[in-house]
Design a protein. Structure first.
Length: 232
């Protein structure tokens, strides 16, 4: 037992544990704040439709005034041309599930297959480009495990086609709950790493990363609308 505990009390493990605790706490706070917002989205908006036949519960994709597109759910149809809608990223059940996601966020990091490669990569005393090849491979494998275990990472929603003739990689739409946790993860990571927080900081970071993220176009429009709405 002593031999098993010895590596966990080394300072580099304490350093990483402190980062994980701070990150989880900040993500939880972001989930809590966002859950409060989406639990009480305000009165439904009234829209003029184009005359198509809509029913309660249908989903609309509309241009957001600050850029991007936002999905709305129809709560009632008053007439052939008047609809009442609320954002899809809203609702008390969704809010409750988001709080739970904030509590359980990134628990896979506690698995040895992720913990030890992360510790050695981030706190093992190596510069990023000077890590030994075996550590680089171990980190890449740990990061891949993390992406596949946690649907709040956009990489989780990339489908590699068996036949390259079918397009290679298909970008699947990220469901609302996973999308919200992803945004809160970005918020918490920036707070833990940079010591600064705010949706405006997340928006600035995302705009710089956008070209490197292979995200479904509808999801990307939702991300833009969500961040720009809250960064004002």
């Amino acid at each position: 037992m002593k031999n098993l505990l010895r590596p966990l009390i080394e300072y580099k493990h304490v350093q990483y544990a402190w980062y994980v605790i701070r990150h989880k706490w900040f993500v939880f706070l972001a989930c809590l704040w966002t859950a409060w917002e989406i639990a009480f989205p305000g009165k439904p908006q009234t829209l003029s439709s184009t005359g198509f036949a809509y029913e309660d519960g249908d989903t609309l994709s509309l241009d957001h005034p600050n850029g991007g597109r936002e999905l709305f759910r129809i709560t009632s149809v008053e007439s052939a041309t008047v609809l009442n809608v609320i954002p899809v990223l809203s609702g008390k059940w969704l809010a409750l599930r988001l709080v739970w996601r904030g509590i359980t966020h990134d628990l896979s990091k506690l698995r040895p297959s992720e913990w030890f490669p992360y510790v050695e990569s981030f706190y093992g005393g190596y510069a990023k480009d000077e890590r030994p090849p075996e550590l680089k491979d171990a980190y890449d494998e740990a990061w891949l495990h993390h992406q596949h275990r946690n649907p709040h990472h956009w990489q989780y929603w990339l489908l590699r086609e068996d036949n390259p003739e079918h397009g290679g990689i298909k970008m699947l739409h990220i469901p609302a709950l996973d999308l919200l946790e992803m945004l809160c993860d970005w918020y918490g990571a920036g707070w833990a790493i940079q010591g600064e927080h705010g949706w405006d900081k997340v928006l600035t970071w995302w705009l710089a990363q956008d070209k490197d993220q292979v995200i479904n176009f509808t999801t990307k429009a939702q991300v833009r609308a969500f961040l720009q709405e809250r960064a004002r």
